[in-house]
Every structure is written in C-alpha cells, then in structure tokens.
Write a protein of this length. Structure first.
Length: 327
C-alpha cells in the first residue's frame, strides 16, 4: 500500500494528555489542540489588522494553554534548565517567565508558519547559509535527504521551495494528529509546490516512492528529533548533558537511497529567518559489522549541531513532551 500524499503542511505542536499509570507518553499519543475555526479567526485578525493585533489575541490563548497543560509546562522547564546548565543561554536559572516565553515563542512561530505556507511571508526577509551546495545538486539533477528538527520555522524552507520552484521537497509527516491544522493551511495555499507524505514508518512501499523522487532530483525531509511512532530502532547520543534516544530513520533512508544527507534548519534572526544547510554525509554506507557505530556517529553529529544552534536560540525548540524520558 503506497503512503498517502498531501499538499498541506504538518501540524505545529500538539497538546499534552496524561499518560496511563504515570508512564511517559509517546509524543504521537499527544492529542492535537489546534481548533480550525480559531485558526481561521486568528488569520482573519492578522489579515485585517496586522501582526501586533494578531499576537495580542493569540498570547492570552497561549498563556491559558501554558497554565492548563502541566506536562508540557514541565517538559519545557526541563529543557530550559538543561539548556541553561549546559550553555548559560538564558542568563540565569529559568523560572516561570522563561517557560511562558518559550510558549509565546512558539505562538509567534505559529504565525510565521501560517504566513509561509499561505505565500504571504515577505521572502526578502529569508536568508540562506550553505545553500550553494544544494543549488549545485539541483542544477545536476541530484536529489538528497534533509534531516530536520522541531526547531524554528521549517515551513520557511517549504515557502522557499514554492517561491523558487527549483527545490522540490517531499516532507514525511505523522498522521495521528494535526489534521485540523493541516486542513486550515491546505486552504491557505492549495497550490503549494511542497508534497507531504504521511507515514508512520519507513515501509518498502515508502522507500520505493522516495527512491523515485530522489532519482528525479527531488529532496526528502524527515525529522530526526522524535522517536519513531511504531517503536522503531533508536540509538543513544548525548544532548544537553544527558543521553537521549534518537531515531535512525533519516540515516537509514539516506543510505538506502544512496544520496547525500544534509541537516536543514530555520531559525528566527532579527526581523527575518535564516535557513541553514549543513552536510552530514556525501553518501552514507552502513556495513553490517559497523552499522551501529555509523548510526550512532550520525546521531551524535546531528545532536551536536542541534545543540549548538539552539544555544543561540534557546526558545525555538518545540518538543513539548518529556524528551529525555524512556517510555
């Protein structure tokens, strides 16, 4: 059975539900809190009145969410405390103001996501670093794999693909949540050039489909900072001072497709955003005897680069669940 394709966008961040028996929930079991009518109303506020009135309306909603969702609030504080201990990026021990700022940063990014996917973001505010190698690959008809993270506003990369019509991007997303938010963004940009492929695991059918896309000079984007939905394989690598579990899917996929692997990230800087491309492997090989070592090395390099970027933008990591907990 071939994976289902969509032309909308993945969800922002899910709400948090209590886990049975006190266990740490899997991120995919966290319910979606976005409400279709509310999102359409907020976008109407932005369209008619601008960004500041939009945020004035949105911030009380986010503050209410922050007050009501204890698990997400505690997960945020856990992350911020680790960030401060590892890098001193917050200027002092984090308190409730830092936690609320983390949630409000997500609210601000939510608007940027929507503007990017609706084609209303000012493209001149988008800057690129390391894009020359990717552009050269596009010119040669060479595809590849981008490993991303739930950091900043990756929809800017999708907006760039739509704007230039040169970068053909296939984004792998999980199907269990975000349907309401997806439908909103699908209405905002029904002709978007980015293709989303909904999967819960990399099956042979998925691999065949993605292989066809990469062979055609397209790119596949897959998140590397969430444990697989189906309980797939992970490796352990340190992140902010403690070992965490990381999925191996992006690296196995790049090796299977025999294509270059790049880290792709987008963070807010000043009045705009910067999209970064960093090479991780020109062609990844996974010999059976050293497969575990290669996969662990890939996860280590990914985690190190993720940590270095977040140290400069500590409020832009949006994994509001117990990241270091073992389910």
């Amino acid at each position: 059975m071939r994976p289902q394709e969509r032309t909308d966008t993945p969800a922002a961040e899910p709400a948090v539900a209590a886990a049975p028996n006190g266990a740490s929930p899997h991120w995919a079991d966290i319910g979606e809190s976005t409400f279709v009518f509310g999102m359409r109303l907020l976008m109407a506020v932005h369209r008619l009145l601008g960004r500041v009135p939009f945020l004035i309306v949105l911030y009380p909603v986010v503050t209410y969410y922050w007050l009501r969702r204890g698990l997400a609030r505690r997960a945020s504080m856990d992350y911020l405390q680790r960030m401060q201990a590892a890098h001193g990026a917050l200027g002092g021990p984090p308190g409730w103001r830092h936690g609320l700022r983390h949630f409000l940063s997500f609210a601000d990014t939510l608007l940027d996501k929507t503007l990017a996917m609706s084609g209303r973001y000012r493209f001149e505010r988008l800057r690129f670093e390391g894009a020359e190698a990717v552009l050269d690959m596009i010119a040669r008809g060479q595809g590849g794999v981008f490993v991303t993270a739930h950091m900043g506003c990756l929809e800017m990369c999708q907006a760039a693909a739509t704007h230039t019509r040169r970068l053909r991007l296939n984004v792998l997303v999980h199907t269990a949540h975000a349907e309401q938010f997806n439908r909103v963004l699908g209405r905002l940009d029904p002709a978007g050039a980015v293709r989303l492929i909904q999967v819960t695991d990399i099956t042979p059918a998925t691999a065949v489909l993605l292989g066809e896309r990469v062979a055609a000079g397209e790119f596949v984007a897959i998140a590397g900072d969430r444990v697989p939905v189906g309980g797939g394989r992970t490796v352990t690598a340190p992140f902010l001072g403690q070992d965490a579990r990381w999925p191996v899917g992006p690296y196995v996929l790049a090796a299977l497709l025999k294509c270059p692997l790049y880290l792709m990230a987008c963070l807010r800087e000043g009045d705009g955003h910067t999209v970064r491309f960093e090479p991780l492997a020109e062609q990844l090989a996974l010999p059976r005897k050293v497969r575990d070592e290669v996969l662990t090395d890939c996860a280590n390099r990914y985690a190190q680069r993720l940590e270095a970027m977040l140290a400069k933008a500590p409020y832009e990591w949006f994994n509001f669940f117990p990241f270091w907990a073992r389910p």
